[in-house]
Structure formats: structure tokens, C-alpha cells
Design a protein around this ligand. Structure first.
Ligand code: GLN
Length: 200
């Protein structure tokens, strides 16, 4: 069984641990660099990216997390976690890890529709059709670089992207029963999905 770490500083890391169990993996809550050592993959959960970033700084986790990603082990960031993976952050920027060539715009859906549920647009990557997405004060992902694959969109906007072994979702896959996003992390070798090159 794969051991998958969940960064447990703030946010809904418990829900991710349960989702990992549903997807057939062992979840390990991570608060120290040393706990990254014997993991197969890692999740940065949703929550408040400002708070999580402060905790990462206080615990000295920025370089260990970058080293983890550099070891080519899969990393999934959801919502606040996606913001923390991005190379660029707009609208009250937080110090991010710079692991995904994309711009995350925080709280980009405004206050009127800051939380909603939507299915992915037709044309999602094979195996991800019909995925239901829960958005909670979600960011938008802009300007994906040439190495970034858009695996799924909602209303034409990228909501699930991947660059090599690094995956970001602007929604909360841990809040539905559908294990498909978590399984992307567990595939061995890591899931390779051929994405039709659509508009970017
Ligand atoms: N709005 C939060 C942020 O900018 C993210 C919300 C979430 O993770 N659900 O950090």
C-alpha cells in the first residue's frame, strides 16, 4: 500500500486522509521535514494559504518540500494547496513553492459565488469525465506554461492541471466520494493521460 503524506498545518487535511483511505492508500499526517522521508507522494490540502504558508515558514518546510518534489515523487495541491504550488500568485500573494508554471489568482470567483458545485466541462482528460467539483473560495489558474497539461476545465477555466508529477486542483476532491483525483497520485508509474491540446 502506498504511503501518502498530507501536510497537516491547517485546513482540511483530515478529509484528505479519509479520501486516501477510500482510494486505497495509507495517509500520514506531515508536520516536520523528517516525516517526508519515506513517503510515496504528498498532498497540500485546502484551507487558508496565508496560514499554511506561515506554518511552512515557521516549521522550515519550504526547502524540504521543494526537495520532495525534485525527487520526482507525486505532489497534489488542492485549492490553497494549488496556490502554494504555483510559480506566481496574484491578489494578496503568499510565498509559494514555485513548483507549477502557472499563476494562481486567489479568491478569484468573488464574494457572490464564492462556493459552488459544478461538473467538469465535456472534453476532460480520459477517465475524468463527469467529475463533480466542489469550489470553496477557489483560486483561478491563469497563464499555464507550455509544460502544463490542463486535465479538466469548468466554464472554460482550468480547474485540474498537471506538470510532470505535480498536480493542482482548484476544487476539493476530498469532499466528494469520487476517488479519481487521488488515484492520479497513486498510479504506478504515475498516470500518464494524453490530453487533447485545447485552447489554453
Ligand atoms: N481562499 C483560500 C486562499 O486563498 C483558499 C480556499 C480553500 O482552500 N478552500 O488561501
Amino acid at each position: 500500500m502506498k504511503r501518502v503524506g498530507v501536510l497537516a498545518i491547517q485546513g482540511d487535511f483530515e478529509a484528505h486522509a479519509k479520501a486516501l483511505a477510500r482510494a486505497g492508500a495509507e495517509a500520514v499526517l506531515v508536520r516536520r521535514a523528517k516525516e517526508l522521508d519515506d513517503l510515496d507522494a504528498l498532498i497540500l490540502p485546502g484551507g487558508e494559504s496565508t496560514t499554511i504558508a506561515k506554518g511552512m515558514e515557521r516549521l522550515g518546510l519550504y526547502e524540504p518540500l521543494r526537495a520532495f518534489a525534485a525527487s520526482e515523487r507525486p505532489v497534489l495541491g488542492t485549492c490553497a494547496g494549488a496556490i502554494l504550488l504555483a510559480a506566481r500568485v496574484e491578489n494578496h500573494p503568499v510565498p509559494s513553492l514555485g513548483l507549477l508554471d502557472v499563476t494562481a489568482v486567489r479568491n478569484a470567483y468573488g464574494t457572490q459565488v464564492d462556493s459552488f458545485v459544478a461538473d467538469v466541462d465535456p472534453g476532460a482528460a480520459p477517465g475524468l469525465e463527469g467529475l463533480r467539483c466542489v469550489f470553496i473560495r477557489a483560486p483561478r489558474l491563469r497563464d499555464p506554461g507550455p509544460e502544463v497539461e490542463v486535465l479538466a476545465r469548468v466554464d472554460g477555466e482550468p480547474v485540474l492541471i498537471r506538470q510532470g508529477h505535480r498536480i493542482a486542483a482548484t476544487f476539493h476532491p476530498e469532499l466528494t466520494e469520487d476517488p479519481r483525483v487521488h488515484r492520479l497520485l497513486l498510479a504506478d508509474p504515475p498516470a500518464k493521460i494524453d490530453v487533447p491540446r485545447g485552447p489554453r
